[in-house]
Ligand binder design. Structure first.
Ligand code: ADP
Ligand code: MG
Length: 217
């Protein structure tokens, strides 16, 4: 059953903090009494001991293979469709990933699902799609764009949020330091000039995710 809210977690770069934020968000939302699901539609990695799916499953208490089905694990640190090809496997396709995520929703219905992409917003997840296509295809209520707070972030965030349209966005400035003048100015610019929802803490992101969409009771 589709969770009441579906949030796609993506970012302006690889290694920007998507899994870190998803884990912290899941823990926080669960501590608030909400039922949380996490999904990683596809993953590629260098070491299989603590993949994103392991970290997400540990954070939500779900079965590892419900978070990311075993046939979507590619043990090569390249974009998933490239990793699949290198391994001699058929690259995943958009429709397959969307069907697998939709079929994975559990009963009873979760309050919030956090779906982590791979790489950055426009990195290939499948032969024919990136995270923006997954967000639209799932009818995501919101996308969380994890970004760095420093020089160049306005460009990165603008490109990312435009690519995600029409999915509503909250920007999370990871490792934000309020004492850094540039961080504070970037935050203000994104919020005041660009009119974006900007968060600098897990708790603030959680409020935006809970309020997103308002699809269900
Ligand atoms: N705010 C943070 N505080 C502490 N560690 C962080 C933070 N953000 C990211 N990290 C760490 O940085 C590394 C890369 O982050 P990760 O969440 O794996 O990135 P991504 O999922 O976007 O590839 C991980 O070791 C992660 O734990
Ligand atoms: Mg990750």
């Amino acid at each position: 059953m589709r969770p009441r809210r579906v949030a796609v977690v993506t970012g302006t770069g690889t290694g920007i903090g998507k899994t870190w934020l998803t884990v912290e968000l899941a823990r926080h939302l669960r501590a608030c009494g909400l039922a949380v699901a996490a999904r990683k539609p596809v993953q590629s990695y260098a070491s299989s001991t603590a993949t994103d799916a392991h970290l997400l499953a540990a954070a939500t208490g779900e079965d590892l293979l419900r978070v990311c089905p075993r046939h979507r694990w590619y043990a090569v640190p390249m974009a998933p469709p490239m990793a699949a090809s290198v391994l001699g496997l058929a690259p995943p396709e958009r429709g397959q990933l969307l069907d697998e995520v939709k079929a994975s929703w559990a009963v009873p219905r979760a309050d919030i699902a956090l779906v982590e992409g791979a790489g950055a917003v426009a990195s290939p997840l499948a032969a024919d799609c990136d995270t923006t296509d997954i967000a639209r295809g799932l009818g995501a209520d919101i996308a969380v764009v994890v970004a760095h707070p420093g020089l160049g972030t306005i460009n990165d965030v603008r490109l990312a949020t435009r690519a995600l349209a029409p999915v509503p966005v909250v920007v999370f400035l990871n490792r934000f330091d309020p004492d850094e003048k540039l961080h504070a100015l970037n935050r203000a610019w994104l919020a005041d000039v660009d009119g974006l929802a900007v968060a600098t803490s897990v708790e603030e992101v959680a409020v935006h995710v809970e309020d997103a969409g308002k699809r269900g009771p």
